[in-house]
Design a binder for this molecule. Structure first.
Ligand SMILES: NC(=O)c1ccc[n+]([C@@H]2O[C@H](COP(=O)([O-])OP(=O)(O)OC[C@H]3O[C@@H](n4cnc5c(N)ncnc54)[C@H](OP(=O)(O)O)[C@@H]3O)[C@@H](O)[C@H]2O)c1
Length: 242
């Protein structure tokens, strides 16, 4: 479980263990740095699930991170005869030219060409996304948030789909996974502030450039053939601590 301590990774570990699998966490906090790849040994591992991430919008940093992590996992996987490499990616990355998404495009290509049988699942943003954006930027009482159409999905449900994919075996690119309905980012942010009893005003801001256009025009929501989670943002929020 590469990234098994993260927002979705911790759920993947839980789901796999609940289903009786042994899940070994690979993360810096568990003593494994996948960027250096030092001492990485995948002996005895049937499947690798990669849900690592880096916090950057810079293309060079994103490509360097996903290139190194993916390269080391594939190299060690081939050396140990790992039979399945599962990666979580993001809906719409080919048409949303941001630095982070360029890193994900590189990650997908390396997996497709990497010589280990693979599955790539693309999902939309998690329900946590609005809170992450609120935490990232605040100007006095104002919370600028991007004008964005999105289709948030519960991280736990993404984890269940990833565990299903581990159990089904290598399948290549599988149908995209989105949430049950579309939401506007500003509405999600206002609801989050209300739920957590915080003051402040949400200010929707159109992000300039092609990346911002992709946020607004529906590039990041699912299209035909996608599968959908069940838990709505409102249901997820109601279950969060106040
Ligand atoms: N968040 C979303 O809305 C969303 C939606 C769709 C797809 N995705 C994709 O899902 C994946 C997981 O996203 P997330 O939001 O769950 O990420 P996250 O919460 O930021 O977690 C990142 C994980 O990567 C690990 N990690 C970071 N650097 C590492 C390194 N050098 N070596 C080993 N482990 C390292 C972290 O653990 P340590 O810090 O302990 O190393 C952590 O377990 C990403 O690939 C992302 O593109 C995310």
């Amino acid at each position: 479980m590469a990234g098994g301590t993260g927002a979705v990774g911790r759920h993947v570990v839980d789901v796999l263990r609940e289903r009786g699998h042994e899940a070994v966490v690979l993360a810096r906090s568990a003593g494994v740095d996948l960027v250096t790849g030092r001492d990485l040994d995948l002996g005895g591992v049937d499947a690798v699930v990669d849900v690592t991430s880096v916090s950057t919008q810079k293309q060079a940093e994103a490509e360097s991170f996903f290139g190194a992590v993916t390269g080391h996992l594939l190299e060690a996987g081939k050396a140990s005869g790992v039979g399945h490499h599962v990666v979580l990616s993001i809906v719409g990355i080919d048409d949303a030219p941001t630095g982070y998404y360029r890193g994900k495009v590189l990650q997908e290509r390396l997996v497709e060409e990497g010589g280990v049988p693979w599955t790539i699942l693309r999902a939309t943003q998690f329900h946590e996304f609005a809170a992450q954006i609120l935490a990232a930027l605040r100007v006095g009482p104002l919370h600028p948030v991007p004008v964005m159409r999105n289709e948030p999905v519960a991280a736990r449900e993404v984890a269940e789909h990833l565990a299903d994919r581990v159990e089904k075996g290598p399948a290549g690119r599988v149908p995209d996974l989105g949430g049950p309905r579309e939401e506007r980012m500003a509405d999600m942010a206002r609801a989050y502030l209300r739920h957590t009893g915080r003051r402040g005003f949400v200010l929707p801001v159109p992000v300039p450039g092609a990346g911002g256009r992709a946020m607004r025009d529906g590039t990041l929501v699912t299209g035909a053939g996608a599968v959908h989670g069940r838990q709505t943002y409102a249901e997820w929020l109601a279950a969060q601590p106040r």
